[in-house]
Design a protein around this ligand. Structure first.
Ligand SMILES: C[S@@+](CC[C@H](N)C(=O)[O-])C[C@H]1O[C@@H](n2cnc3c(N)ncnc32)[C@H](O)[C@@H]1O
Length: 284
């Protein structure tokens, strides 16, 4: 793994959790102003991303995927060339711009960003408009499980080619199972899950690394295993508002091959992205 370049490190991450939102102390709107007040950045995804990185380095930390982990995912987008890609958790739109632009450049049609906070969603839309990506990116406001169901009911997605998971950590497994149950995951789908080292997501890693037989066995155990065993405060975070369903069983017959790619948070803290490829479905 290459070493982290300290010269591009974001400002230190402060402790600003509330029961409802992380950060949301005005920095996100300050960022939008910082970017949109520079007309020279308008219409250029690369320039806007540079501007967001500059804000997070010189002013206040932002919980973006960042350049290093972002490159892991854009390399896979170039290889997979997804027609339809979803991200769960958009925040200020850094990953939305980076991956939405990569999907567009590789010939894809739609990039859906699902963001629970109406305030954050408004900021993403402002930056997407400014960057010139509104013809490919659609921001869906509300909890991810409702957004996924809605996209499916509206016929906007029939299949997910790629999905980036970067929202409420205990919802990674429940949302993946929801996608599986809705028939949205099939051979060729690729999942990229952020923060599997920092803060970590043991239930998700266990699920995507399990064999069909192990997943079938797990169905006989308590469903709460998906949303328990979280390090630090990553589960308590948003706990007052997140209502996860542990009833959705998913499709245990899907065959996954999963690997961790080591990398860094934009602050330099070690982290990794779990890349999971669906190889097909075992006949029941
Ligand atoms: C780590 S940030 C996402 C960063 C973004 N992907 C990036 O790299 O630029 C997590 C985001 O997930 C959102 N979020 C948390 N729970 C959610 C849920 N259930 N559905 C959708 N978004 C959620 C939070 O509001 C926050 O904006």
């Amino acid at each position: 793994m290459p070493l982290f370049d300290e010269s591009k490190a974001y400002a230190n991450q402060e402790e600003t959790f509330t029961d409802t939102w992380e950060f949301d102390d005005g920095r996100e709107e300050e960022l939008v102003e910082f970017i949109t007040s520079k007309p020279e950045l308008c219409g250029s995804p690369a320039a806007v991303l540079k501007g967001i990185d500059e804000y997070a380095r010189t002013k206040k930390y932002l919980m973006n995927v960042g350049e290093d982990k972002g490159k892991i995912v854009t390399d896979i987008i170039k290889e997979r060339r997804p027609n339809v890609m979803l991200e769960l958790g958009g925040y200020c739109g850094y990953s939305t711009i980076l991956f939405g632009d990569a999907v567009r450049s590789s010939g894809g049609k739609r990039y859906f960003s699902l963001e629970r906070s109406p305030k954050f969603a408004k900021n993403i839309m402002a930056l997407i408009d400014f960057t010139g990506l509104s013809n490919i990116v659609e921001v869906i406001v509300g909890p991810s499980d409702e957004g996924i169901q809605q996209l499916c009911d509206d016929g906007k997605i029939k299949n997910i080619d790629m999905m980036f998971l970067d929202h409420y950590k205990p919802a990674y497994t429940t949302d993946l199972k929801l996608c599986e149950s809705l028939g949205l995951i099939s051979k060729g789908a690729i999942l990229a899950a952020d923060n599997v080292i920092s803060p970590g997501n043991p239930p998700y890693l266990k699920y995507v690394r399990s064999s069909v037989q192990e997943k079938r066995m797990a169905l006989t155990q308590a469903a709460t295993q998906d949303t328990e065993n979280f390090p630090g405060r990553s589960a308590a975070q948003y706990g007052m508002v997140e209502k996860l369903s542990t009833e959705v069983k998913g499709n245990p017959y899907l065959i996954y091959r999963s690997e961790l790619i080591d990398s860094f948070e934009p602050t330099g803290v070690k982290d990794g992205v779990e890349i999971t490829r669906c190889l097909g479905e075992e006949q029941s």
